[in-house]
Each structure stands twice: as C-alpha cells, then as structure tokens.
Write a protein that binds this ligand. Structure first.
Ligand code: PEP
Length: 259
C-alpha cells in the first residue's frame, strides 16, 4: 500500500479581515499543538486571501508554526503587463507551498476553462509550488449521470502536455459544484467512486507509480461531523474545506478526524 500523507486544506475565500486572519492562524496552530497533533502524519494548510500572505509567512516563519499555506489562485503569466495578477514567483517568494487552480468559483465567475487551468498548473510547477487542481461536476451533469466522464475530461484538459514528474508533484481535489457552500455533501461512496476514477485515469496515462503517489482530496460542505466518514475511503487522501475552515475549533476537529 502506497503511503500518502493526508492533507487537510482550508480555503478561506474572500473572508476575514487582516487581524482575524492572523488570529485564526495563531489559534489554529495553538489548538493543534496543544492536542499533540502530528503534522507529519496529517498535513494542514490554509489558503488566505493574497493580502494576508505576507503576515502569515512572518507568523509561520517567526513562530516556527507547523502549518503550511498557499494562495487561492495564481496567474498563468510569468511577469509583465498583467494588471491585478499575482505570479507564481511572488507566491513562491512568500513561502507558499500550495496554490489552488481551477476552483469552481474561478471557473463559474471568471470563465476559467481547462486550458487556463493547464497554463496555471504549468506556471505554478515552474516555481516549485504544488498546485491543487480542482475538478468536479455541476448538478445538471450529475443528474444526467455524466459526472465521471465530465470530471475526467476536466482532469485530462488541465494535465495536457504535463510530464509524469509534474503530475506527481500536484494534488487533485474532487469538488462537486452542487456540494460547495450548499450544505449538501457528497456521500463517502460518491467521493470514493470519483477519486478511484481519477486515480485510474492517471494510472492509465502516467503509470501506476504516479497514480499511487497522487493525493486526491474531496471538497464540498465538509464539516467535523462528516469528515471522518469521507476520509475513511481508500482513495480519498484529504479534504478541501471552505466555510468550516473559518472557525479554528471546527477546522481543528476536522484535522483531528481520527480522534
Ligand atoms: C471550497 O470552496 O472549496 C469548498 C469546498 O467550500 P465549502 O466547504 O464551504 O463547501
């Protein structure tokens, strides 16, 4: 059995003011440290807004906090006349380990497609960031029974032209759009079915080794009350948590799913 370190990731979206962001990082770290959480056994990462990243970096480095952090988006461009964009190099210099790519809110609200996700993945990987590629179907697709085919097409589109090494360095999050921020959570079976399909697809294209090492997350209305049952599934290696990551006690309980 391949040993994949579980990853619990908290996507704060456009929430919290700067002070609240700093306080949340501190409190989360205290709660988990007090509870003797083994950060090597279960990795924890937060995804604050861009404007908090410098302070999070200072806090994590200064206090040697065991948390990882990343950004919610990245530019596909290297540098230059791209007003408002944030480059992978900037994020890498800020100590980001991860970056979300192709989140459904970026796809829906900003028209990002698989080709754009592909360019962003490439930019992130070029600067040593581990992208977390988000894929998943909307309600209409699920109801039509085409969710596996749809999600695999997103995966293939986003991975186009990437090497096996590049695929090995990334994480994929299955986030059914109908479950994001709705309180409606996919059943553990649904999460397992999709994660197994994603892993099998990666195996067929990049080999068993790459597939066995690839971490697959589930996201969509995860709470401490449903986290453990989803994480028990064999192809689910972690969670991407939105709303429930804004409360340190709730998020810590998700992180400590085995307790
Ligand atoms: C998300 O934004 O990635 C997410 C899963 O949100 P929520 O947990 O609030 O559904």
């Amino acid at each position: 059995v391949y040993d994949r370190t579980p990853l619990i990731a908290g996507n704060w979206k456009m929430n919290l003011d700067h002070q609240q962001a700093v306080t949340l990082v501190q409190k989360l770290s205290w709660i988990l440290t007090d509870a003797d959480h083994d950060f090597e056994k279960v990795e924890v990462a937060v995804f604050p807004p861009f404007t908090d990243l410098r302070s999070v970096q200072t806090l994590v480095a200064g206090d040697r906090l065991p948390l990882m952090y990343g950004a919610q988006d990245v530019s596909a461009e290297e540098s230059g006349a791209f007003t408002g964009e944030i480059s992978a190099q900037f994020l890498s210099k800020l100590g980001c380990r991860y970056v979300l790519v192709g989140h459904s809110e970026r796809r829906t609200l900003h028209g990002e497609d698989d080709a754009m996700a592909n360019r962003k993945l490439t930019a992130a990987l070029r600067h040593g960031l581990a992208p977390i590629l988000c894929v998943g179907e909307g309600l209409d697709v699920r109801q039509a029974g085409r969710h596996v085919e749809h999600t695999l097409a997103q995966l293939r589109g986003a991975l186009e032209g990437l090497s096996t090494e590049q695929v090995t360095d990334m994480v994929v999050a299955y986030e059914p759009v109908w479950a994001i921020g709705t309180g409606e959570v996919a059943g553990p079976d649904d999460a397992q079915q999709m994660c197994a399909a994603l892993r099998a697809d990666v195996a067929s294209r990049y080999g068993e080794e790459a597939a066995a090492g690839l971490r697959l997350l589930y996201g969509g209305s995860v709470k401490s009350s449903n986290a453990a049952s989803i994480l028990r599934e064999k192809d689910v290696d972690g969670l991407l948590v939105g709303g429930a990551s804004l409360d340190e006690a709730e998020f810590a309980n998700i992180v400590r799913f085995e307790h």
